[in-house]
Design a protein around this ligand. Structure first.
Ligand code: FRU
Length: 524
C-alpha cells in the first residue's frame, strides 16, 4: 500500500530542515524567519507522528461501511420479505457471489456489497463462512476500495491459494471516474491464514491491458483462477466490439510465477457463438468428471457449455449447451470445489425492490453434475436437509381435473418435495395458495415447465414420465428444481397466512407418489 511511503518521507524532510537551521549563522531577521521555519518543521514532525493519513482513510472507509451496515440491519431484519435460509448481507445491497473457497475447515463466500444503501452503488466485498454449509456467520467486510491507491470500486473475482501457500483474492479494480467498459485492471489482495484480513498486493495491477498487445477488450473483468496439470490459469470476461453483441469472449491467461503476480495472455479460450451475447461477465471454467464446463453471464440468462479443454492450445471445444436457470431473477453464479471433488454453485438472486434496508441474496448451494448426454444438473446441496423441521407428508394421491388441497406447515419458509408420475395426464398444475393474493402457480407438462416469467424445457429420463420437483420458498425467494435439469429462481411477494398446496391434473389422471413439506430453519 502507498500509505507508509508518505509516513516515511514527511519526518525525513522535517528533520533535515531542523538540522540545516542549526548549522547556519543566525541574524535577528533570520531568527524570526527561522522560528517560522522551525515551527513548520515541528508541525511536519508532529503530523508525521499521527497515524498516516492514507492508512487512516483506509480504516475509516471500513469503519464507515461497517457503521452503515449496522445502522440498516434492524430495518432489514424486520422486513417480512427478508430471507432466512438464503445468504444475504446483514443489510443493504448485494449482488454477485465472489471468491467461493473451502479452506481450513470453512466454506467461505464473499459477495459484492454496496454498504451505503439498499440500491446499486460502489462495490465492496462482504464475507460469510460456514463449517457445514448449513449454519453461516457474517464476517467483517473483506475488501474495500483503496482510495489512496486510486481505486473507486472492488468488483467481482475469485479466491485461491497461490503456489507459495498464500491465500489470494483476484478481482477487478475500477478507478475513480473511469468507465468499466474501457478501463479496468485486475488486482490481487493477500489474506491472512483465516482469510479474515486482506492487504492489496504491492504488485498491483497484476494484469493490465498492456498484456493484450494492442487488442482492445471491452468490459474486461471478473477473474476466475483454476489449476490444471500443475499449471495455473485465469479466465476473464469481456467482448471485442464495444459490447454491441456477437463478439463476447472468454480470455485465458497463464501464471508465470508461483506468487501468481505475473501473467501471460494465452488468447481467446472461447468466443460465444450467440449474436445476442453482448459480453461475458463472471466466467467460471472447471473440470467436472472428464468434461470441462464453462459458464458465464451475458447480460441475460446465464449460459453453460460442456466440452473439452486443450491446455496446450488453451482452447475450449464445447459439445453441449444450455441455461443454468430459466427464472427471471438469477445472475452471475460462482462455484466452489469442495474437498471430495464435488462442485457447488451459488447465484445472485436479483430483482428485489429497494427501500427495505436490504436488497439481494444468493441462491441455496446447488451441487453440480452432468447427465450422460452432457446436460448440466443442479441439485440442492444435501446439507440443506439439516434445515428441515417437522415434515408433513402424503403418499400416492391420484390427481385429476378437481383441485386437491394439502395443508402446509404454517410458515412461509418451506421446502416442498414431490414425486409425480405424469402418467396419461397432459399436465399437472401446482399452486401454493396463501391467505393473501400472493399465490405461487406453476405447470409441468410433457416438455415444459411454466410459471409467470418462466417458460422452460423439461426432460424426462427414458420413456417414464416421472417428475421430481423440489421447491424452496423463503418468504420472497422461490427456487424450483425439476428432475435436476431445470432450475428457476424468482422473486415473489411473500405469501402470508396458512399456506396450502393445491394440485390438479389436466387431460387425464396423474399421480403424486410422494408429497413432503418441511418448515425451514434459519441459516444464521
Ligand atoms: C455482474 C457484475 C460483474 C461485476 C460486478 C460489479 O453482476 O456486473 O461483471 O464485476 O457485477 O458489481
Amino acid at each position: 500500500m502507498n500509505g507508509p511511503r508518505l509516513c516515511r518521507i514527511v519526518p525525513r524532510a522535517a528533520r533535515s530542515i531542523v538540522l540545516v537551521l542549526d548549522l547556519v549563522h543566525q541574524s535577528p531577521q533570520r531568527i524570526r524567519m527561522n522560528s517560522l521555519i522551525r515551527f513548520l518543521a515541528l508541525f511536519l514532525l508532529l503530523a508525521s507522528c499521527l497515524p498516516n493519513s492514507s492508512a487512516a482513510d483506509n480504516n475509516s472507509a471500513l469503519a464507515r461501511a461497517t457503521t452503515a451496515i449496522e445502522a440498516a440491519t434492524p430495518r432489514a431484519e424486520a422486513d417480512p420479505a427478508y430471507p432466512i435460509f438464503h445468504i444475504t448481507a446483514p443489510a443493504q445491497w448485494i449482488n454477485d457471489p465472489n471468491g467461493p473457497i473451502y479452506y481450513k475447515g470453512f466454506y467461505h463466500l464473499f459477495y459484492q456489497l454496496h454498504p451505503f444503501s439498499d440500491d446499486n452503488g460502489p462495490k465492496y466485498w462482504g464475507h460469510v463462512r460456514s463449517r457445514n454449509l448449513v449454519k453461516w456467520e457474517h464476517l467483517p467486510i473483506a475488501l474495500w476500495p483503496s482510495t489512496e491507491l486510486g481505486e473507486a470500486e472492488v468488483w467481482s473475482g475469485c479466491c485461491t491459494i497461490n503456489c507459495n501457500g498464500d491465500p489470494m483474492i483476484f478481482y477487478t479494480s475500477i478507478a475513480p471516474g473511469k468507465p468499466a467498459k474501457t478501463h479496468a485492471e485486475q488486482w490481487a489482495a493477500i489474506g491472512d491464514k483465516d482469510l479474515l484480513t486482506w492487504h492489496k498486493s504491492t504488485a498491483n495491477p497484476v494484469l493490465s491491458e498492456a498484456l493484450h498487445e494492442g487488442k482492445k477488450i471491452y468490459e474486461w473483468r471478473d477473474p476466475f483462477v483454476f489449476q490444471h496439470k500443475k499449471r495455473t490459469f485465469m479466465v476473464l470476461g469481456g467482448n471485442l466490439n464495444e459490447t454491441k453483441g456477437g463478439q463476447a469472449v472468454v480470455n485465458i491467461y497463464e501464471a508465470e510465477n508461483p506468487a501468481l503476480t505475473k501473467w501471460k495472455y494465452r488468447g481467446v479460450l472461447f468466443q460465444i457463438p450467440s449474436p445476442n451475447a453482448r459480453t461475458v461477465e463472471c466466467p467460471n471454467f472447471f473440470q467436472l468428471g472428464d468434461r470441462w464446463v464453462l459458464f458465464f453471464s451475458p447480460y441475460g440468462k446465464v449460459e453453460y457449455y460442456v466440452g473439452d479443454f486443450n491446455s496446450d492450445t488453451c482452447r475450449f471445444h464445447p459439445q453441449t449447451h444450455g441455461l443454468l436457470d430459466y427464472g427471471p431473477n438469477f445472475y452471475a453464479p460462482n462455484t466452489m470445489q469442495v474437498p471430495d471433488g464435488r462442485r457447488i454453485v451459488w447465484g445472485w438472486v436479483t430483482g428485489f425492490k429497494s427501500g427495505h434496508g436490504w436488497n439481494g441474496c444468493l441462491t441455496v448451494p446447488r451441487e453440480l453434475s452432468l447427465t450422460h448426454d452432457g446436460q448440466l444438473q443442479q441439485n440442492p446441496a444435501p446439507q440443506l436437509k439439516k434445515l428441515r423441521g417437522k415434515p408433513v407428508q402424503w403418499r400416492n394421491a391420484s390427481l385429476n381435473a378437481e383441485t386437491k388441497s394439502f395443508p402446509l406447515p404454517v410458515t412461509n419458509t418451506l421446502e416442498i418435495d414431490l414425486d409425480f408420475d405424469l402418467a396419461n395426464a397432459q399436465s399437472v398444475a401446482l399452486k401454493i395458495a396463501s391467505g393473501n393474493s400472493s399465490n405461487v402457480e406453476m405447470t409441468f407438462d410433457n416438455s415444459k415447465f411454466k410459471m409467470p416469467g418462466t417458460d422452460a424445457p423439461l426432460s424426462f429420463v427414458g420413456n417414464k414420465r416421472n417428475l421430481n420437483v423440489q421447491i424452496f420458498l423463503d418468504r420472497s425467494v422461490l427456487e424450483v428444481f425439476a428432475n435436476g435439469v431445470m432450475c428457476a429462481t424468482k422473486v415473489i411477494p411473500p405469501p402470508e397466512g396458512a399456506l396450502k398446496l393445491e394440485l390438479r391434473a389436466e387431460g387425464d389422471q396423474s399421480k403424486a407418489k410422494r408429497i413432503e413439506a418441511w418448515p425451514m430453519k434459519s441459516i444464521w
